[in-house]
Design a protein around this ligand. Sequence first.
Ligand SMILES: Cc1cc2nc3c(=O)[nH]c(=O)nc-3n(C[C@H](O)[C@H](O)[C@H](O)COP(=O)(O)O)c2cc1C
Ligand code: SF4
Length: 699
Amino acid sequence: MSSNDPLLQPYKLKHLTLKNRIMMTSHEPAYPENGMPKERYLAYHLERAKAGVALTMTAGSATVSRDSPPVFNNILAYKDEVVPYLRDMTDACHEHGCAVMLQLTHLGRRTGWNKGDWLPAVSPSHRREASHRSFPKKIEDWDIDRIIRDYADAAERMCAAGLDGIELQAYGHLMDQFWSPLTNTLEAPYGGSLENRIRFTLDVLQAIRNRVGAKFIVGVRYTADEVFAGGITPTEGIEISKILRDTGQVDFLNVIRGRIDTDAALTDVIPIMGMKSSPHLDFASAVREATNFPVFHGAKISDVATARHAIAEGKLDMVGMTRAHMADPHLVRKIMQGKEADIRPCVGANYCLDRIYQAGDALCIHNAATGRELTMPHDITKADIRKKVVIIGAGPGGLEAARVAAERGHHVIVLEAAAHPGGQIRLTAQSPRRVEMMEIINWRMAQCEARDVEFHFNTWAQADDVNNLKPDVVIVATGGMPDTDVLSSGNELAVSSWDIISGDVKLGKNVLIFDDAGDHPALQAAEILANSGAKVEIMTPDRSFSPDVMAMNLVPYMRSLQDKDVTFTVTYRVESARRVSYENGDESSHKSSHKSSHKSSDQIEVTLSSDYGTIKKTRLVDQLVINHGTLPLDDLYFELKEHSSNQGELDHTAFIEGLPQVSVRNPSGLYQLFRIGDAVAARNTHAAIYDGLRLAKDI
Ligand SMILES: Cc1cc2nc3c(=O)[nH]c(=O)nc-3n(C[C@H](O)[C@H](O)[C@H](O)COP(=O)(O)O)c2cc1C
Ligand code: SF4
């Protein structure tokens, strides 16, 4: 695309020229070390700055006060020691013409009291926030004075670090807890009328301006519609927007629609796969129209066409493409080079965000180099020696290995037993809500095809087939098959969650799903069963269900399951199962029969136990589904071992440190042999892709 691309036009914000219209909105990837943005943090932002993003709003909820302890390893902006780290990052990004700002906040009630300095959370009411569970202290006058000072101190630190500006977070945090009648039960001067409820924000802005002067850029990222009865209405939101503009102390508005006090509400603010694209764009545009003021916005504007539309139609001044940049840090460069088709798409899996809410770091489900810029390359370098690399399996791990090996310049051959690529992701994509996952496969197939990778589908590879290809390196990425062999008796009566998802078995009417893996297939199977009208009970021996699905990914499942005949039972496990038949209401025989062909009068009696005691219970169902991960499909790997020079050995130190694998256990071996992903042990898509990248980048 040439330079008349609306997205590539510069934008003047006050004295600052942003070189194009694409920004990363504030997002804390939880990479700080002891609250400080060190090397890893810098490398993450620098990678994207180098590739052309105009503005990076760093941090996310960097905290200004000690009684606002981070909820996901955010930057501690209340410490002076943050300044040199931020200066390093800012200087590095500036060298590439990327403007750097940072989001400051006080979380108010949206945090916990039992960490950091063990201070109570504060808020303009005692009302608890569902997500973070604190019952806050109702804020006092001296708290207000203190926190206003803290904001000003933090802003001064940002100025000292050479940042181009800051934005204040006001959705779900202390600032808008003052705004919203739902969370403000104070009397005047900070409670009551809108004028009073916004007073705290105006006081903070004044204090900041007193400290940093008029030139430093200050914006507000705020909810202009809480989409909840009794909360901030769109009309009030527009009024707030105008008040902010009219202070003369605010330089841009970064518009949010919604609230974030529950997982479900948060998911509507930051929509995930299967949800509408750019759902709040028109609302943000309405704020721009009403205020005639610089408006930034991002919420699932993940493709370039939608971003371009947002700018071309004058809906926004700057468009946020945040997760899109996590998936592909070189997005802007690819637009500039006219290589949009090469952009690795954000599929909305929300692995990134869900992980930070589980105290992890933000990782992209299908870009294993994101957040690992210090060790993993986004650009693959060519190898000195061209090798023949044979990969068995065209699931996500195998295809990642194929893509990376092909970029290294190797001759890559992929053998796949199925007719199509995708492995487990094809199953995932059976759910209409999760078809975007196929983009993980489609993007890799396109990358491989552009580099002449040879694909052989419908090919069940045998050891001889592999040996006859005379490879230098063999990578077994054959995945796994469901393991349902977990009962003390009656395993043959159970079907797997995959059987349900793939349509390989008839759906039951009264179904028990025993899920001790806690990942997507159990809920996906439940959704299929419930949609068919079945009564479904999902049972886990754990103390909560579906822990690996995680917070925001759970939301669409619950929306789909809760209005159906679905129940959840925790702390029970299925111990055994047996077939029983009833005649005239009496049990007449007990015998096993093979799976899926039972008569409607047949039932499965399931015996339940609990890890918490000796209790036993029974259930009568007509279908028992087990979700217990996979067992590796590793026969071929073990057949190939003896022919290989390393006998399959993976040198972990070399693997971790990014060095070539050089282990030799069998000097007469014909090739190096490795296996990756679920062919080793049941893990997840990210693990398989990380294996593929880590291994292939050094071949
Ligand atoms: C890992 C991660 C952390 C985030 N943390 C913050 C945050 O601290 N403050 C904030 O305002 N938004 C945060 N966000 C939301 C993003 O700024 C953005 O609104 C959201 O990702 C939707 O935009 P997108 O569809 O372009 O990704 C975060 C997003 C991600 C992915
Ligand atoms: S994990 Fe999913 S939502 Fe997050 S950046 Fe990667 S593809 Fe996008």
